[in-house]
Ligand binder design. Structure first.
Ligand SMILES: Cc1ncc(COP(=O)(O)O)c(C=O)c1O
Length: 393
């Protein structure tokens, strides 16, 4: 009825496939591996309650007032200090803008950089929230194959040579949807290929802090070597997603343009949340808190992988995440994941079919599983049900 009033922009943007799926999974008997919710253990509720009272007492009306677009100085300072300490960066608050979650960061980057038809390189598969956000700006996506160790270098070279993308969007740590992480060597090779290209590199890193397997943190691609790199971080998976707070780190000239884009979007991110998170961060040990989350996710991830090893037919492949929240399953060639989805719902287990993570989904035989929101026994039961569904199909 309202069709003629809607913009071409919105008409051409797919609605979130996952939200549609989550509707099907409302049935309480369904074991859902479909969502991507952090476990509530990752919300430091008691400490946040103390911070709420403290900011009310300390800052009074300021926590309820309009504020600046770039975000609260003390929060930006905390972020600058942390990146300088961990990564040997040399950034100040002028290199940081606070955003309403990383999702807004993606939207603002799209607004600032993407003209109709601009080529954007993304991983295959990629984060559906980015595909949706950049679709609004009529990006023309090209997908580069993702292997167990990171981007497929030959495919990357071809993509770069053939399409000359204006931007690349990558999730090098515990990727959504696959759970894969680029190795150090792979990151170095990726940088070699793109370093002289006329291209903005966007590294989205909401899961980087959640490495639960032994091993050093692996530096970002081209860390401290390129002025055209943008790093996206988020408090969603390590403190709380409900406050909707994330940030972009980049060259101050780019940050200024993002500030203008953000003024038009929402003036500024929720200032109560910014005071709250800043107070929490300055008065608590974030690393200790993250250890707690990692211990839980490690157990859940291993339980899921072990159950898949035990119950799945041998020709089903899956990733073995070293951190983050997801694993990615590949069914045999030609098997239709949507048929499997219907069968799995019948057997009361849900997942996300691979479709929304591809630019041109065709003959999709992949699916995403989330393990952060079920206990070990439930994970085993759910995987058994999924294995039975696979066998029946
Ligand atoms: C890769 C990736 N980027 C961005 C986001 C959005 O996160 P935020 O809650 O910070 O908006 C998500 C959320 O799941 C994600 O997986």
């Amino acid at each position: 009825m309202f069709e003629k009033y809607f913009s071409e922009r919105i008409k051409n943007t797919p609605s979130s496939f996952i939200r549609e799926i989550l509707k099907v999974t409302q049935d309480p008997e369904i074991i859902s591996f479909a969502g991507g919710l952090p476990n509530p253990i990752s919300f430091p509720q008691e400490a946040l309650k103390i911070s709420m009272n403290r900011i009310a007492d300390t800052y009074g009306a300021k926590i309820y007032q309009y504020s600046t677009t770039l975000g609260l100085d003390s929060l930006r300072q905390y972020i600058a200090d942390r990146y300088n300490r961990i990564w040997g960066m040399d950034i100040t608050i002028d290199n940081i803008i606070i955003t309403t979650g990383s999702q807004q960061a993606l939207d603002l980057i799209g607004k600032v950089f993407i003209n109709d038809g601009d080529k954007v390189m993304v991983e295959k598969p990629s984060y559906l929230g980015l595909l949706q956000a950049f679709c609004m700006y009529k990006a023309d996506f090209v997908q580069t194959k993702l292997n167990d160790d990171g981007l497929d270098i030959e495919d990357l070279k071809n993509t770069v040579k053939t399409y000359k993308p204006k931007a690349a969007y990558l999730i090098p740590n515990f990727q959504n949807p696959t759970g894969l992480t680029y190795t150090k060597e792979n990151r170095e090779k990726v940088f070699e290929v793109i370093k002289d290209e006329d291209m903005i590199l966007i590294q989205d890193d909401p899961y980087g802090e959640l490495r639960f397997e032994e091993g050093e943190r692996i530096p970002y691609i081209g860390l401290n070597k390129s002025e055209k790199n943008l790093y996206l971080g988020s408090f969603s998976k390590i403190v709380t997603p409900g406050m909707r707070l994330g940030y972009i780190i980049g060259n101050s000239e780019i940050i200024k343009m993002l500030e203008t884009a953000k003024q038009a979007s929402d003036l500024h991110s929720n200032i109560f949340g910014q005071y709250l998170i800043a107070d929490y961060l300055y008065n608590n040990d974030l690393d200790k808190h993250i250890e707690k989350i990692k211990t839980l996710y490690k157990k859940q991830a291993y339980t899921m992988v072990e159950a898949m090893e035990e119950f799945f037919p041998k020709d089903i492949k899956f990733t073995r995440p070293k951190g983050g929240m997801f694993t990615w399953v590949t069914l045999p060639e030609g098997m239709d994941v949507l048929k499997l989805f219907d069968k799995a719902i019948e057997k009361k287990v849900a997942f996300v079919p691979g479709h929304p993570f591809y630019v041109n989904p065709q003959k999709v035989n992949t699916l995403r599983l989330n393990y952060t929101n079920a206990d070990a026994a439930t994970i085993r039961t759910g995987i058994k049900r999924l294995a039975d569904s696979i066998k029946e199909i």
